[in-house]
Write a protein that binds this ligand. Structure first.
Ligand SMILES: Nc1ncnc2c1ncn2[C@@H]1O[C@H](COP(=O)(O)OP(=O)(O)O)[C@@H](O)[C@H]1O
Ligand SMILES: [Mg+2]
Length: 290
């Protein structure tokens, strides 16, 4: 008796682009669909992704996700994520707004991180000027570049980082400072954004200044500097308290954050003077327009 082997050829008849393979792997299109797309491509001269969109087989979002996977780039759609809408760098990495975060990232790399420094504090004059928003998006941008990035919520009074990344804030920086948890256990790693780790603020303490004055505090940042390429710190606004000065002296570098038509020149002068009272330097200033 002879046994016939039937080899079922699942490969398309024509070679398909890498983006096509990615879309098949994602389950967005079938092998049969690729034939239709290739036919359309031949007729119109469009790119594979554009032809797939014009046939109504995939969405613009699907193409962005496929591209991001191809380039090993973390990109998330609002539908499949629980992050806050503020995290534009994750949801909409190709927008003009996020392009400006990449511009800021390059400036900080050239002026600061490539000079051997590891940490930067982001300080605003008043609450609501966009410091937490900026530093969160910038942290994603650094992680997307492949830098091992640590984002610390140094605002022990009005913390927001855990909310933006939808993380638990049961244990964080304040709990490490009172020995309630180890650094390893307090660090949270983001599955969708592989190079990013977050240290949330932790339990809101009654005595933030005293906690930040503890010796272990310096040690945490020193140790983190040996593990991470980039450490970004969100801090409380100057008009709220003087905690940010502690962060300034620790990181030695400060980015001043302000909001167009909201922050006054006088506010910025106060902020600059407060940094000058420490041994830190202002390495940049950002004006948020929103
Ligand atoms: N660049 C921006 N574009 C749009 N909305 C922004 C921007 N920056 C901040 N916001 C909004 O302003 C509010 C306050 O921002 P946040 O970063 O929490 O301020 P801060 O940390 O300075 O107190 C948030 O609701 C946020 O959505
Ligand atoms: Mg904030």
């Amino acid at each position: 008796m002879t046994i016939k082997h039937h080899i079922i050829d699942t490969l398309p008849k024509h070679p398909i682009s890498r983006i096509g393979k990615c879309l098949v792997e994602m389950g967005k299109i079938s092998i049969e669909d690729t034939e239709k797309i290739l036919k359309k491509q031949n007729e119109t001269g469009q790119r594979f992704g554009d032809a797939a969109i014009s046939l109504g087989l995939v969405s613009d979002e699907d193409i962005k996700v496929a591209l991001s996977q191809q380039f090993d780039y973390s990109f998330i759609t609002p539908a499949n994520s629980t992050y806050h809408k503020d995290l534009r760098a994750a949801y909409d990495p190709f927008s003009n707004q996020v392009e400006s975060y990449r511009g800021l990232r390059s400036q900080l790399l050239f002026r600061w991180f490539n000079e051997g420094f590891k940490a930067v504090s982001f300080i605003a004059s008043n609450r609501g000027e966009g410091a937490s928003y900026l530093v969160s998006n910038l942290a994603v941008a650094f992680a997307q570049l492949g830098k091992k990035t640590l984002l610390i919520d140094g605002n022990l009074r009005h913390p927001r980082i855990h909310e933006i990344f939808n993380l638990k804030n049961k244990f964080g920086l304040s709990d490490i400072l009172v020995d309630r948890v180890s650094v390893i256990d307090a660090l949270q790693h983001l599955q969708d954004i592989p190079n990013l780790s977050v240290l949330s603020s932790g339990t809101v303490p009654p005595n933030p200044q005293e906690l930040l004055g503890r010796l272990t505090f310096n040690q945490i940042i020193k140790n983190a500097s040996t593990v991470f390429d980039v450490i970004l710190i969100d801090t409380p606004a100057i008009s709220d308290c003087s905690d940010s000065q502690i962060w300034s002296s620790l990181t030695k570098g400060v980015v001043m954050v302000s909001r167009l038509h909201h922050t006054s020149i006088e506010d910025l002068k106060v902020l600059k003077r407060s940094v000058d009272l420490t041994d830190a330097s202002v390495i940049g200033a950002v004006v948020n327009e929103f």
